[in-house]
Ligand binder design. Structure first.
Ligand SMILES: [Mg+2]
Length: 166
């Protein structure tokens, strides 16, 4: 029996769930890819209002944790962006700097670590591979589909899964 006092965690991705990355994707289409420009532009990501609503709903009866493939060196700009958009304050778990493993592997490791001390009630992510990997690991997952990129933008998918960048 689970403890009824345990609200459980809702684990939420940032890019493609609450942050609209579409305006940054052209930086990944050139050769070579302009990673500095791609990441520098994150401060200007528009808010995805569907994502903000989903997070606000989920946070009403769960404790929120953000899990992002953004490298840890972007922790400050990410925290400022979340606060400026009025999103609930919560811990943010980043991809470690220099960790180039696929996004689903990195996120599975983070979510499993969280699950050692807390019940993970729900994961929200836009990426089909991340969702599949976390479902296979036994987690309940909702795949966000409201972003124009919707986890299928080719440049972003390559960045996340083959190059381990975000
Ligand atoms: Mg995402």
């Amino acid at each position: 029996m689970s403890d009824p006092a345990d609200r459980g965690l809702v684990v939420v991705d940032i890019d493609g769930v609450v942050a609209d990355v579409a305006h940054r994707l052209p930086h990944l289409r050139g050769r070579p890819k302009n990673w500095d420009a791609f990441f520098a532009a994150m401060a200007d990501d528009p808010l995805l209002v569907e994502g903000a609503a989903a997070v606000t709903r989920a946070a009403a009866d769960h404790d929120l944790v953000w899990v992002t493939g953004r490298p840890a060196r972007y922790a400050d700009v990410t925290a400022k962006w979340l606060a400026a958009r009025g999103l609930p304050a919560a811990p943010v778990h980043h991809r470690p700097d220099g960790d180039r493993r696929p996004a689903d592997v990195v996120k599975r490791e983070i979510v499993r670590r969280l699950a050692r001390s807390r019940r993970v009630a729900l994961v929200i992510d836009d990426d089909v591979t991340v969702c599949a990997t976390l479902r296979a690991a036994g987690f309940t997952v909702f795949q966000a589909d409201w972003a124009a990129s919707a986890g299928t933008a080719p440049a972003l998918r390559r960045a996340q899964h083959e190059e381990g960048r975000t």
